[in-house]
Design a protein around this ligand. Structure first.
Ligand code: NAD
Length: 366
């Protein structure tokens, strides 16, 4: 009886939870459902979007959609540059496009969202990485070298089609960093100001799924069960990012990507263990859940070891950061007050960045 009581999940505080609307199709071979999904939106003039590297998949999808598709735009680029969106918008207007189908990672999905922001056109997204953008009402756009992020329900995709088969080709190095990027959403969701039992449950299970499947993917990138588990985990982590606020980690990575042009998923991978160490004293329960999900005795070390075991980068100096920029990065990350479980302290952030720069194991304050 006592152990039943101990295992009982109680909701101590009144709970308000708003689920984000989205139709989600998950499985193998689900790409075959695309024509039905376009029709069920009441559409028949889809524009297929991709990055240049995935143009062959976009063309194949356009052929599959046949007369439900008016063409492809395969120039999506990292950080959603506004000039690329404007080129796509010309095609949208000239071709009478009535929905977009984004096939790719966060960069391609970002382009679909940028078009939706300007037109309100419905979006079908087919994610091929673990970044999680498909499940969020968040869009980051870059103009004149500045990345500006906004939240708007206009950009939340209407339909997500997860086809696990499309992730089998995601190279192991990208799978590792993209998976760590997903885990970062879940870690911050566990300690954020508006954390709630629903997203926390998804966060814990999302971390667990990725921590278990990524090592198997490194050994065999075509292992279907591991790929399925990783993508399912990434979906849960994406829902966390879309549902609750983020804190120091996302702020730091936004700074490193936006102001120093560091690669997105790699920056998340390197910084996460250090932010976990920084926040550990202020969020012990959340960190205990992270550790439990990782199957590690300690969350910061567990995250560091996971990245290292996947062969992912663990030092900012290895992903394009210059040591002379660390002071400015600390200034930017400490500017404009924002919520974090532990107060933002410029000296401690500078020291965190130093550890991350040299790839030292994370240090928690005594
Ligand atoms: P990406 O979309 O930039 O893709 C990285 C590379 O992987 C590209 O070369 C792409 O062609 C290739 N690729 C993708 N899937 C593949 C596959 N299955 N097989 C082979 N190659 C594949 O990478 P990303 O990390 O998914 O996205 C990063 C961008 O997404 C950043 O701009 C970031 O800011 C944004 N993002 C936004 C949100 C949000 O909620 N708004 C969330 C996460 C990321």
């Amino acid at each position: 009886m006592d152990h039943q009581r101990a295992a009982m999940e109680t909701i101590a505080a009144p709970l308000t939870y708003t689920a984000l609307p989205a139709k989600v199709v998950f499985g193998f071979g689900t790409l075959a459902r695309l024509p039905d999904e376009v029709r069920s939106l009441g559409c028949g003039r889809a524009l297929v979007l991709s990055m240049p590297e995935q143009a062959h998949s976009a063309t194949a999808l356009a052929e599959q959609l046949s007369n439900l598709c008016v063409g492809t735009f395969v120039q999506a680029a990292m950080h959603t540059p506004v000039e690329v969106t404007e080129r796509a918008m010309k095609l949208v207007r000239e071709s009478g496009v009535d929905c977009t189908v984004a096939l790719g990672g966060g960069s391609t999905i970002g382009l679909g969202k940028a078009i939706a922001l300007r037109t309100d056109l419905p979006q079908i997204v087919v994610p091929t990485t673990y970044a999680g953008s498909e499940a969020t009402p968040i869009l980051g756009e870059t103009q004149d070298g500045r990345k500006v992020t906004q939240r708007s329900m206009k950009v939340l995709p209407e339909v997500i089609v997860y086809d696990v088969g499309l992730t089998l080709t995601l190279p192991p190095a990208l799978s590792a960093t993209s998976g760590m990027n997903a885990i970062a959403h879940a870690v911050e969701a566990l300690y954020t100001q508006d954390a709630n039992p629903v997203t926390s449950m998804m966060a814990e299970r999302g971390i667990q799924a990725l921590a278990r499947s990524l090592p198997l993917i490194m050994r065999n990138p075509r292992e279907e069960a591991a790929r399925s588990s990783a993508l399912f985990g990434a979906w849960r982590c994406g829902v966390c990012l879309g549902s609750v606020g983020m804190a120091l980690h996302h702020k730091l990575c936004h700074t490193l990507g936006g102001s120093f042009n560091l690669p997105h998923a790699e920056a998340h991978t390197v910084v996460l263990p250090h932010v976990a160490a920084y926040n550990l004293p202020a969020a012990p329960e959340a960190m205990a859940r992270v550790a439990h999900a990782l199957g590690a005795p300690d969350a910061p070390q567990g995250l560091f070891e996971l990245a290292r075991s996947l062969g992912a980068p663990t030092a900012l100096r290895d992903i394009g950061m210059a040591e002379s920029d660390l002071d400015r990065a600390a200034d930017l990350a400490s500017a404009s007050p924002y919520w974090n479980p532990r107060a933002i302290d410029r000296v401690a952030i500078r020291s965190l960045l130093d550890d991350a720069f040299f790839g030292r194991p994370p240090k928690s304050p005594a």
